[in-house]
Structure formats: structure tokens, C-alpha cells
Design a protein around this ligand. Sequence first.
Ligand code: HEC
Length: 111
Amino acid sequence: MKARLLSISAAAVLTLAAAQANAEEGLDLAKKAGCLACHAVDKKVVGPAWGDVSKKYKGDAAAKAALVEKVKKGGKGNWTEVTGGVPMPPYSPRVADADIEKLVDFVLALP
Ligand code: HEC
């Protein structure tokens, strides 16, 4: 029983550590790609706070694909009331598709 409890908490610690590593990787990638010129996790800069983006699409299974497209091609209209209609610039092919996917995963995983 004790061993089982221990292995459960070890797994929880590993999951936490992995989540933290992903978050750090996500922010690092965002910094390198230049996203942080217009975005922050917790407040609007030019674009919406990424925490608000995550909230807006919580539970929306189609969101990931749509957001990957948005980051690749740019666009506007989903946050007009926050941004005043400023567009999100296109990032493909400047940023690799795999990295764009990682960035969107990172944003959607924000609490
Ligand atoms: C020049 C400023 C700017 C930069 C740089 C920028 N964004 Fe944005 N971003 C915006 C604006 C403005 C919006 C709101 C667009 C809208 O109203 O639909 C936005 C929206 C978004 C959204 C939500 C899209 C939606 O349709 O709900 C995501 C996700 C996002 N950006 C991710 C990124 C990522 C990842 C990067 C870096 C690769 C990045 N942004 C770089 C300005 C920027």
C-alpha cells in the first residue's frame, strides 16, 4: 500500500515536472519566435492575453487546428473588442509547423 502510494505521488511529481518543462519550452519558443512582442500570458499587450485565449477555447475540440491555422496565416476578428481590430501576423514559414503546434499547445494548456 505504501509503495503504491509512493509510486502514485512519484507519477504526480513527474507529471508536474513535465508540465513545467513544457511551459518553459513554450515560453522559450514564444520568445524566440517574437510572439512576446505582442502577447503575454496574463495581460493584453497588442494581442490578447494567452490565458484569455486558453479560457475562450476551453473544451473546444476544433480550437487547436483553427489556432494553428491562425498563427500560420495570421488574421483578425476574434478579439476585436480586446485589440480594436489589430491583426495577428502570419508566422508560416518563418516558424516551423512543428513549433507553431507546440506554441498553440502551450497556449491552450494555460490555466
Ligand atoms: C504584431 C503583434 C503580434 C505578434 C508578434 C503575435 N501576435 Fe498573436 N495575436 C495578435 C493579435 C492582434 C491577435 C488577435 C487577432 C484577432 O482579433 O483575431 C492575436 C491572436 C492570437 C491568438 C488567438 C487567435 C484566435 O483566433 O483566437 C493566438 C493563439 C496567438 N495570437 C498566438 C501567437 C503566437 C504563437 C505568436 C508568435 C508565433 C503570436 N501570436 C505573435 C498579435 C500578435
